[in-house]
Ligand binder design. Structure first.
Ligand code: AHR
Length: 513
């Protein structure tokens, strides 16, 4: 059902502001839940880029900023609350120039290198393998190591795996012991290169396929640690890369990655994170939702070669990419507005539908880079609107996905895309509790939503809402709580029907009781 057609941003604005209260209908099929939403869909990504690691996650033990063995205390606690299930490191592009031996042993002896991917800044290697894997243990999350294929060697990667995971009397296990860690770590996820079509070596898929076969052969499973080997995958609409990899590598890989950014384009300005129009907002929703078409097409190709779905699709980079803030001191530092929260919610709602193939997603990136959860400045920290979506949505981690039908109005937006004005997802957790997340994409109008709940015997719904006066609102170091979660009360259940009044530009998660 279409309510508006796009003629110009002016017409779009006018048509949205004059329309009456919108309405939508949802039916949740609680008897059709089959697929678990793997918690790894809520994975994060930390690269040696800008102030993600230094100043973001790590300040060192001697810092005046409160820390736990060098990890920022405020950031650590915020991430612990978020139940981060998986953390990808050390890149990104940085991974294909990273030589892990630079980052082990006494910190004062570690070499300083130039981070040529990200502004030529000095990397002192004070955050290395031990620091990363210990952080994952403290957070209770799965580490996802991104190995160097572009400028590394097979031997180097093979030894890294041995260092991290072998318990034997072997050279690398003994080196780890010498560095203060007796027990090996559990490392499941291992990426064999990153963006091997670009910053990871500018390879063709045929050549990279053979490299994957070679590198992965020597990445051994030590003493019961079973590696899940992930091939460097396509960017966005590069379906040929997926086709060649599936054809030439097939089930030798456990996962194949994909990168998709909500970005205006790779040349020129990417647009401001906080200074945007209504038209820009709806364009952003269209671009972010296009990920569904992209996931589907990559999945169709994978199905052709692997109908039994042995190979997982791993979306190990996604999120918004805006212009770096003009006063940013570090690379790819961008603000995060309510618009970013919408990108997070709508994307996660899509991911939930494809978890028969999509087994992990890592938003880029966790602190101070691109669509981050957290921003820091000196000893101050703020939680972004995106953080609050991940906070609200953590109830869906490892819950059973409940399919739903959704009828709502749509608008046509720039670049020929159509955007539904409501987005929704539902799941049932291990205790049988149903959670529903809803987003009202309409910037101006409340949505009256009728949700049919056949077979769900609930008396009331409680929940939280994320909204703000303006879509451009964000949290700043002077006003850190402008956009935050509030209790949500505007819902009623009667006879297996839930009625929700969802304010304009709001995101809600409800728990049925
Ligand atoms: O996330 C920032 C960069 O984007 C990563 O380093 C790279 O893999 C991608 O191009």
């Amino acid at each position: 059902m279409k309510t508006t057609s796009f003629l110009s941003s002016l017409l779009l604005t006018a048509s949205l502001t004059v329309s009456a209260q919108e309405s939508a209908t949802i039916t949740i099929h609680s008897d059709q839940g089959k697929q678990i939403i793997p918690k790894e869909i809520y994975g994060q990504f930390a690269e040696h880029l800008g102030s993600c690691i230094y100043g973001g996650l790590w300040v060192g033990e001697n810092s005046s900023i409160p820390n736990i063995n060098g990890y920022r205390k405020d950031v650590f606690n915020a991430l612990k609350d978020l139940h981060v299930p998986a953390l990808r490191w050390p890149g990104g592009c940085f991974a294909d120039e990273y030589h892990w031996m630079d980052g082990i042993g006494p910190r004062k002896d570690r070499p300083k290198i130039v981070n040529s991917n990200w502004g030529g800044v000095i990397e002192d290697n004070s955050f290395g393998t031990n620091e990363f894997l210990n952080l994952c243990e403290m957070l209770g999350c799965e580490p996802y190591i991104s190995g160097n294929v572009g400028s590394g060697t097979v031997e180097e990667l093979d030894k890294w795996v041995e260092y991290m995971t072998s318990s034997g009397d072997s050279p690398m296990a003994n080196l780890r012991r010498k560095n203060g860690r007796d027990k090996p770590w559990n490392v499941k996820y291992l990426g064999i290169g990153n963006e091997s079509w670009g910053c990871g070596g500018n390879m063709r898929p045929e050549y990279y396929s053979d490299l994957f076969r070679r590198y992965s052969t020597y990445c051994r499973n030590y003493n019961g640690n079973k590696l899940f080997k992930i091939a460097s995958g396509a960017s966005d609409y590069d379906y040929k890369w997926t086709d060649v990899l599936m054809n030439r590598v097939g089930t030798r890989m456990d996962g194949l990655s994909l990168h998709y950014y909500t970005v205006l384009g790779w040349n020129g300005s990417k647009g401001s994170a906080t200074n945007f129009s209504k038209d820009d907002f709806y364009w952003t929703m269209g671009k972010c939702l296009e990920i569904e078409k992209v996931i589907k097409r990559h999945c169709d190709i994978m199905d052709k070669y692997d109908p039994n779905k042995h190979v997982a699709l791993i979306l190990d980079e996604w999120g918004t990419w805006w212009d770096q803030e003009s006063d940013a001191k570090t690379a790819l530092y961008q603000q995060n507005s309510l618009r970013d929260a919408f990108v997070a919610a709508l994307s996660l709602n899509v991911f939930h539908k494809y978890t028969d193939r999509l087994k992990m997603a890592n938003i880029a990136q966790v602190v101070n880079v691109l669509q981050s959860m957290i921003l820091t400045k000196g000893n101050k920290m703020i939680l972004t609107p995106t953080y609050y979506v991940f906070e609200m949505y953590k109830v869906h981690q490892d819950a059973t996905f409940l399919p739903l039908d959704l009828n709502c109005k749509t608008i046509d937006v720039r670049d020929g895309r159509t955007v539904p004005l409501v987005s929704a997802t539902a799941s049932r957790d291990k205790n049988g509790v149903v959670h529903i997340s809803l987003a009202n994409v309409d910037m101006d109008n409340t949505q009256e939503i009728t949700i049919n709940l056949p077979g769900i015997n609930a008396k009331k719904a409680t929940g939280e809402i994320l909204t703000s006066q303006k879509m451009i609102d964000c949290n700043t170091f002077d006003n850190p709580d402008k956009v935050k979660l509030e209790p949500f009360k505007d819902s009623k259940i009667k006879d297996e029907v839930l009625k929700v009044k969802l304010p304009a530009k709001s995101i809600v998660t409800l728990e049925l009781q």
